[in-house]
Design a protein around this ligand. Structure first.
Ligand SMILES: C[S@@+](CC[C@H](N)C(=O)[O-])C[C@H]1O[C@@H](n2cnc3c(N)ncnc32)[C@H](O)[C@@H]1O
Length: 255
């Protein structure tokens, strides 16, 4: 059952399934449990406020606690071992190949997470993330690069300091005001933006709150949008690089 509030679709789920990581096997690839519920689990965004992600304290806590298990999502381990994700491994490989094919550039990977994709970027690479735990893992994967703790909406780098901003699975989490702030910062620091994100599918709405459950049993609530390739490219004023079942990618340039 779905309900709309503040322009967001809330998907009600059977509470009996709320902590079952196997439930909803084809839902958001970035969820550790099934889609959101409109019950406020007591962390992060509530149902009566406008959505936030990059400025949300609960979301920051969630990702910092998730860092050590984050890559389970990519490799199908842990809670994701039981997920049915047809074509997933092939699309992860295709996205990795796309990232590795990007021409070498001085690149800032904003919200780099564990550096799972960052490590495939060529050229001088700096990863930046709000989560110290994510940054520690990313740094271990960037022997020739740098990983820093920092805020995507207030990038601690000089104007035109990079040739490219790259971001994976971050842009699609941002509600309008945060999206505008991020795009403004991306334009300030580089002339090129490459975004990799989660594809919109027949079983996903355009946006929703999602309830995430970590291995330690903690519950978190995260705002998430799903875009098709043309929508993403349209929002960025760029072109589609990839439009698959699980992932989309687009690139924009400014002069
Ligand atoms: C879904 S993960 C994406 C990680 C990685 N880019 C990837 O593609 O796998 C979202 C990341 O955004 C980070 N994040 C959230 N708010 C942020 C902010 N204000 N500034 C920088 N990073 C932020 C989180 O810590 C988390 O690592």
């Amino acid at each position: 059952m779905c309900a709309r509030s503040h322009g967001i679709t809330f998907t009600r789920i059977d509470p009996a399934h709320a902590s079952d990581p196997a439930h909803g096997t084809t839902t958001d690839p970035d969820t550790t449990t099934d889609p959101g519920t409109d019950r406020d689990p007591g962390t992060g965004n509530g149902t009566t406020t406008d959505p936030t992600f990059a400025t949300d304290a609960g979301t920051a806590t969630y990702y910092d606690r998730r860092a050590r298990e984050y890559d389970d999502w990519y490799v199908g381990a842990g809670a994701y071992a039981v997920r049915e994700r047809p074509g997933w491994d092939e699309e992860v490989a295709a996205i990795v190949a796309l990232v590795a094919r990007l021409p070498p550039r001085r690149t800032l990977d904003v919200a780099c997470g564990t550096g799972y994709l960052t490590r495939h970027l060529r050229g001088f690479v700096v990863g930046l993330d709000l989560s110290p735990a994510m940054v520690e893992i990313a740094q271990s994967r960037l022997p020739d690069g740098l990983a820093l703790v920092g805020d995507a909406l207030h990038l601690p780098v000089a104007t035109a300091g990079f040739e490219r901003v790259f971001t994976g699975h971050f842009y699609g989490h941002l509600p309008p005001a945060e999206r505008a702030a991020f795009l403004s910062e991306a334009r300030r620091v580089a002339r090129e933006l490459v975004v990799v994100d989660t594809a919109r599918r027949e079983d996903t709405p355009g946006e929703r709150w999602e309830q995430r459950v970590l291995g330690d049993g903690s519950r978190h609530r995260v705002y998430k949008r799903y875009l098709d390739g043309d929508e993403l490219a349209g929002e960025l004023g760029g072109t589609t690089l990839f439009a698959g079942r699980w992932f989309v990618a687009a690139r924009a340039t400014w002069h």
